[in-house]
Design a binder for this molecule. Structure first.
Ligand code: C2E
Ligand code: MG
Ligand code: MG
Ligand code: MG
Length: 275
């Protein structure tokens, strides 16, 4: 059973479903070495104001600079890191690096960081984060956390308490990949979250499938009434940009604006943003 689950939740390179226990152990050790030797990087993807096109923030996305295999995307190591618990030190590194990078970014720019369920539910998460922000002199309002609906399905009481404490630090929390989970919509009423990120799959479908367009419109309308901000991710075309803007989406993110970039390139691009 564990093996079957492993196959579903952890894939190294796409399409590989046959991994032996030996390979698992090897990858786990490689990940350990990667943590020790600082082989991870954060790339930044702009999030723009739908109406003005101004950049408002960026999402930090982890990459593994493997000494032999090149740049490895998160889909190939985050699920493994979640299984082994290595997501804890990796997640701590991500938050720390995001704080360092924030010091090199304009004060009005926010950085969004993805947080795994294990990280979010861990005792001391908020305290450690608060201490980290203080150490780097970063106000909480400059940091956003992205969690998935799955995070809220276990330990709901405690999750709510954690969200409140994050809010007291000034940190904004967003529900990532919104619409892909199976959780009840009623949690939106009770949870102290501030943003919804519409999953890319709805955006990709919006021009051909009226059903997807209806869901997107429904989410935007609902979010507006609940005073939640809506971000659409995966904007790839001008048609999608226009469509989402006309439907009242607040923020947009996607290859149409920019791919995720290493910090130096991201900063260089910022100078010419909107030219
Ligand atoms: P996500 O948080 O939903 O991030 C958005 C993903 O969509 C990113 O993939 C981004 O590169 C991709 N994307 C953005 N715009 C477009 C577009 O227009 N078209 C297409 N096709 N894709 C687009 P990426 O960087 O490969 O990350 C995949 C997932 O890995 C993330 O999904 C997130 O769930 C996870 N992840 C990434 N970094 C971290 C991290 O530091 N910690 C944790 N726990 N998870 C992470
Ligand atoms: Mg995200
Ligand atoms: Mg997402
Ligand atoms: Mg995702």
């Amino acid at each position: 059973e564990a093996k079957r689950q492993g196959r579903n939740t952890w894939h190294w390179y796409e399409g590989d479903g046959n991994r032996s226990n030996g390979q698992y152990v090897l990858l786990r050790r490689e990940l350990q070495e990667a943590l020790q030797h600082n082989q991870f990087e954060l790339h930044y993807q702009p999030v723009v104001d739908a109406r003005t096109g101004a950049m408002r923030g960026a999402e930090a996305l982890a990459r593994w600079r493997h000494p032999h295999k090149g740049l490895i995307p998160p889909a190939a190591f985050i699920p493994l890191a979640e299984q082994t618990g290595q997501i804890i030190p990796l997640g701590q590194w991500v938050l720390q690096q995001a704080c360092r990078d924030l010091r090199q970014l304009p004060d009005d720019l926010t950085v969004a960081v993805n947080i795994s369920p294990l990280q979010f539910h861990r005792a001391g998460f908020v305290e450690e984060l608060g201490a980290l922000l203080e150490r780097h002199g970063i106000p909480g309002r400059r940091l956003e956390l992205e969690i998935t609906e799955g995070v809220l399905m276990t330990g709901t009481e405690q999750a709510i308490a954690t969200l409140h404490r994050l809010r007291r630090l000034g940190i904004v929390t967003a529900i990532d990949d919104f619409g892909t989970g199976f959780s009840s919509l009623s949690y939106l009423r009770t949870l102290p979250i501030q943003k919804i990120k519409l999953d890319r799959s709805f955006i990709a479908d919006i021009t051909d499938h009226p059903q997807s367009a209806a869901i997107v419109q429904g989410v935007i309308t609902m979010a507006r009434h609940l005073q939640l901000e809506v971000v659409a991710e995966g904007i790839e075309t001008e048609a999608q940009r226009r469509d989402l803007t006309e439907r009242g989406c607040d923020r947009l993110q996607g290859f149409y604006f920019s791919k995720p970039l290493p910090l130096a390139e991201f900063r260089a691009g910022m100078a010419h943003w909107g030219d």
